[in-house]
Design a protein around this ligand. Structure first.
Ligand code: AHR
Length: 324
């Protein structure tokens, strides 16, 4: 009888030991390193300097860390992003899917499919409207805060101006970047009496920005400020203002978002007044978070990037230090 009890105690403690080190599955858990990560990355497209820097950040960091990166450029088409998502779900090698979403909506089905297939999904750059339990984390900017900063800065630029008529060049309208920057700007613009007299998309693009600004200037020149939701559209607007015989940065103040080298050069030339930074160098944070999730660690649902504001008076000094 005594030996029977001893035998039962022995078996029970062996089972408990196995459960403690094997997560209940009976074997030891794998510890992932960067070299075990196979990432399916779904980029929006290649619409400008910010995006080029964002893509380079992911490619270069993957190489440095030994991550196997399968990169897909969706050419700014939502249907391409969705089919790439499904391809990465079906790809047995891929254990992490990183998405820079073109639109905030339309993701729930693929996210559920990814969850079912056991893929870790990390959102980079753009937030989406979907239940938080369907993705691991979002790493990117506080776009609404960028909009609020933009309004504060535009107020400074237009201080003392009798009229404060501002035109807004919007990014691609379904994106979180465009929606939240626009909303943030509106939250703060009333503080100094800014009126948004025109607002239209130019899809983050310089040529479109120029065309939209040209059309507006044909209707009225009673415009004191341009709020361009990215540098490219602001550069296009500056060109249109020059061609209309006015002085960008002086007759019409220009504020842009991103802080690429192109915008710094335009600040040095006096064409752009102020730039609100949006940081594209997100890869180290994103890969680190994905690795943690693969290893079963908790990560916050949103990891915001640190960003500043730059002024024309400092542009010449800062320009040589810009990485993008
Ligand atoms: O999501 C970030 C935005 O996307 C950048 O401001 C814009 O230039 C880019 O295309």
């Amino acid at each position: 009888m005594k030996s029977r009890i001893l035998y039962i105690v022995l078996i029970a403690s062996m089972l408990l030991g196995l459960a403690a080190c094997g997560g209940g599955g009976g074997g030891s858990k794998k510890t992932y390193t960067y070299k075990d990560m196979v990432v399916g990355f779904i980029q929006t497209g290649s619409e400008g300097g910010w995006r080029a820097a964002n893509t380079a950040s992911f490619k270069e960091t993957a190489e440095q860390l030994g991550i196997n990166l399968k990169f897909y450029d969706a050419q700014n088409k939502l249907e391409n992003q969705l089919s790439a998502f499904r391809n990465f779900i079906a790809d047995k090698e891929v254990n992490v899917i990183i998405l820079a979403a073109l639109e905030t909506t339309g993701w729930e089905d693929v996210l559920k499919e990814a969850q079912k297939a056991g893929k870790v999904v990390v959102l980079e750059d753009r937030r989406i409207d979907a239940p938080e339990d369907l993705y691991a984390t979002y790493i990117g900017s506080d776009f609404a805060e960028e909009g609020r900063k933009s309004a504060d800065e535009m107020c400074k630029l237009l201080e003392g101006s009798a009229s404060k008529n501002v035109v807004e060049l919007v990014g691609n309208v379904g994106s979180s970047a465009a929606k939240d920057r626009g909303q943030g700007f509106r939250e703060k613009m009333g503080a100094c009496g800014i009126n948004i007299v025109k607002s239209q998309t130019a899809n983050w693009d310089a040529t479109e920005g120029k065309a939209v600004m040209e059309a507006w200037l044909k209707e009225t020149t009673d415009i004191q400020g341009v709020f361009a939701q990215n540098d490219e559209m602001g550069l296009g607007a500056a060109q249109a203002i020059k061609e209309a015989g006015l002085d960008p940065g002086d007759d019409i103040k220009i504020l842009t978002v991103d802080a690429t080298a192109g915008a710094f050069k335009a600040m040095v030339a006096g064409d752009i007044n102020t730039v609100v930074e949006c940081n594209p160098l997100l890869a180290p944070q994103v890969y680190e978070a994905a690795l943690k999730v693969l290893n079963g660690q908790e990560v916050p649902k949103w990891i915001p990037s640190q960003e500043g504001v730059f002024y024309a008076k400092d542009a010449e000094t800062i320009l040589p230090t810009r990485k993008y």
